[in-house]
Write a protein that binds this ligand. Structure first.
Ligand code: OFO
Length: 163
């Protein structure tokens, strides 16, 4: 059985992952209408990935005798300054999510819930990858600066990049 305190915290994490999915979806839609189709494809895929993160939590809570709550949708930001702004926000967002995961891991140790602790290791590793990916993309964007040709190639490459 999942302890009540942990169930509550996991349900909060469901909200974070669902919100992440919405956030990536909003960025994808913005990039799409700006003509950055490759970046949009990357962000659409990432939005799907965040939904999978949410579903993994949902299944885990229910499988352990809890009740996973499907959260209400919150309006994500709709306007972005440019592509640099998008990926700066992505990195900031992923750092925030990592903080939430770390808090959850800490709580599991306090409550001696080693099952959930083990389950969460997948998320710990995933966050390392996501932060790394966002900061590598930002490094590339810094190199490109305002160069339109560079951005064109970057957009094309992002379309082929795996999340
Ligand atoms: Fe769920 O990994 Fe990003 O937020």
């Amino acid at each position: 059985m999942v302890p009540e305190k942990i169930e509550k915290a996991l349900n909060e994490q469901i909200t974070h992952e669902g919100q992440s999915s919405q956030f990536y979806l909003a960025m994808a839609s913005w990039a799409d209408v700006q003509g950055y189709n490759g970046i949009a494809q990357f962000l659409f895929r990432h939005s799907d990935e965040e939904r999978i993160h949410m579903l993994k939590l949902l299944t885990f809570i229910n499988d352990r005798g809890g009740f996973a709550i499907v959260p209400a949708l919150k309006q994500p930001p709709l306007e972005f300054k440019n592509i640099h702004d998008i990926f700066e926000q992505v990195l900031k967002h992923e750092i925030l999510v990592s903080t939430e995961i770390n808090k959850l891991v800490e709580l599991c140790l306090q409550e001696k819930d080693y099952t959930t602790h083990t389950f969460l290791q997948w998320y710990v590793n995933e966050q390392i990858e996501e932060e790394k990916m966002a900061s590598k993309i930002l490094d590339k964007l810094k190199l490109i600066g305002e160069d339109k040709g560079g951005l064109y190639i970057f957009d094309r490459d992002m379309g082929a990049m795996r999340t």
